[in-house]
Structures are given as structure tokens and as C-alpha cells.
Design a protein around this ligand. Sequence first.
Ligand code: MLT
Length: 245
Amino acid sequence: MKINVLLSPQNVDDLYFTGKTSVIIDVLRATSVIAKALNSGAKEIIPVGSIDFAMKISSNTHGSQSLLCGERNTKIIEGFNLGNSPEEYTEEKVKGKSIILFTTNGSKSIVKAKFSTNLLTCSFNNLKSVAEHLVKLGEDVEILCAGSNGLFCIEDTVCAGKLISEIQKINTDTEISDAAKASLVLSKEFGGDIPEMLKNCEHGKLLEENGFGIDIEICGILNNINIVPVFDNGSIKSFNTLAVE
Ligand code: MLT
């Protein structure tokens, strides 16, 4: 199994993902929110690349069964139902609902990789489940770090490194690219204390300043959610749900 890491979405265009098995990581906070929402029983997550498109889908297609969710500059968008804090995505609020999700980097990165044959999302919360699923698929893997406005960010890269380590625990026959090697090194250096790393990274500091300190703690928990989020036909569902449909 060959594994590559894209350290920022800027490095490639949409067509790069055609036919590939891709994993999107946006630890703070989009892919952590996706894991939490599906774990709370959300029907699906519809990632979108713009607020206008989110509004359009919400009014045209999904009626009262949908929720408009996400953030701009970390904060809830005017007129939206939920922001981008994992703790908001409780069973009471999201069970059975279609979540239309717009975020600054995360949802856009998922949309960017839409031509992938297999497209998953990963966070620290569900990393082990995603690793096991990837090993079962047995395909080469592209891990895309959503980053921050086109730039590198450490939390997504450390998560990518930890995902690779987890894969390597199960499949010893991996061939990793230079960027994957660098991610492994960073995860060894900074991944020992994930909450501390998240508190000290640039986006973590911004979230803390904006009153979202609790999100950093939630996003830093390792393997508390056993969900594999899979993008299929325009929306992300839990692999277990897709398997029985
Ligand atoms: C993003 O997509 O950039 C993040 O999820 C932003 C955030 O929630 O703070």
C-alpha cells in the first residue's frame, strides 16, 4: 500500500483525486464535527464549497429535515442552525437530519476531492476505525490535510502521521512518500500530548481566543468514536449505514 500526504489543498487540483482513495483531515474542526454528527445519528453530511450553495440546497432539496451548519472566521454564520463546535451536534439536535456543512477549509477540501473512488474523512476521534477500513480496502491512499487558507497546519499533519502509524500497525507492507515520512516525524514529535499540541497551534489559539476552548479538548480525544465517514453521491454517511442501504 502506497501512502502519500498532501500538506495543503493548494498543492493539487480537483482532477488529481480521480480514481484515488482519499482521506480528508481537518482536525479543528470540520472532520471532528463530521465524526460527532454521524455518531449522534445524523442521516448524512452534505459538504459544500460556498455559503450561497448551502442556502440553495437547504431551500430546494431537504426542507425541514436539513440543518444549515458551519462557520466563517470560526463563528456560526448568520441564519444557520449550528456552528462548527462538536458539542453542538447532540442526538437531540441532529438525529435523522441532513447536515449541510460549510467551513472555511474542511468542507471545501472534501468537495475538492469529490472525484475520488473512495473518499473518507478522519479526525483524532475516529482515526483507528478509519485506519482499519483503509487496510481492508487495500488501495493506495492519499491523505489531504485541509490546512489553513491554503497553508500548512501542524494539527492536520500530526493526525495524518498518526493515521499512517495506525495503518502500519496492521499492514506492515506500506511504501510511504517523503511528505508521509515528514508527517510521521511530526506526529512522533508533537503527537504524544495531543491536547497540548492543539492548544499551542495557530488555529487552536484562535479558537481559544474566540471562546471555543472546549472544542480543542473534544477534538483532541483519540479514538472515542467508532465511525468511518464515507462520501458517496454528494453526501457523507457512516460506512455501516451505507452497507445496509
Ligand atoms: C475549517 O474548515 O477551516 C475549520 O473547520 C474552521 C473552524 O471550525 O474553526
